[in-house]
Ligand binder design. Sequence first.
Ligand code: C2E
Ligand code: MG
Ligand code: MG
Ligand code: MG
Length: 280
Amino acid sequence: SAKQHGRNQFAFFQPQMTEEIRERLEIQQGIREAIKHDYLFLDYQPIYCMRSGRILGAEALLRWRHPQHGLLSPARFIPIIEESDLIEEVTRWVAQRAVTDLQSLLELNPAFSLSINISGAALHQSSICDFICDLKQQQNLPDDSLCIEITETSMITHLESSENALRRWKSAGIEIWIDDFGTGYSSLAYLNSLSIDGLKIDRSFVHNLIDGHSRPLIDAMVALAESLSIHTVAEGIETEQQLALLRKMGVHLAQGFGLARPMPLLDLQQKIRLEIEETA
Ligand code: C2E
Ligand code: MG
Ligand code: MG
Ligand code: MG
């Protein structure tokens, strides 16, 4: 608050702005330390097959255990890091860690697929694209075991560089998913021209499915995906009712707190092992 920083006279006049600038600086300076000292880590949220109810894959979600501020959410620090070159370093860190962890998950399930989030700002840098393609090759990852999630908005904002990156990932055997689908104001033309593998229906639609008005919208997204022969994931499933209805509506994959929260690698491995034992 402004009071806490009251020593600074400027803060008295523009507390909001000063607080924002201070936070931005702290995050941009802190992230280097975080990478160096291993304050960053990934949680994994399982993604389930609607039909079989089994885990098909997971999404890697970045966390920052800050020595002073505790656990920081990516929703808070990623947008700030995106404003600087640091996003490149962070994206490399995420990709490296995720690919290492993916190796162990593939040992449990050779068809496992792992998604990483790539921010629009990172799409600009062709070196990021190369880095991830190289990782996939060096590690001998099977095709389609690694997926990239990109939001509609960032793809449109960085259309030219995203087209190039997507094409190269595609030919390297890396899947491309559209994240938070339905929330960007974009034309649908890009779905056809870029080779997209699937749509992640944003959790706001899932949230408004039962009591709100989003059912016809989800129906339209499922129909669109079907006509393009691509897959759909529903994000943010919290209740049995949502799960049952989305399955009935033809959504292929399911993700949400109601099924499983993001968890450490060890817990995910354990979950997969239990599944294998149960069906053995
Ligand atoms: P996202 O890619 O759409 O990830 C899904 C977010 O929804 C995650 O939040 C997840 O914890 C949350 N979620 C999953 N199921 C439920 C549910 O049932 N209910 C609710 N209310 N939320 C649910 P998280 O981990 O806080 O991540 C927020 C965003 O930060 C992500 O949204 C993604 O855009 C970004 N992000 C996370 N990790 C990375 C990363 O490694 N790189 C980049 N560039 N962005 C990342
Ligand atoms: Mg995502
Ligand atoms: Mg999403
Ligand atoms: Mg989202």
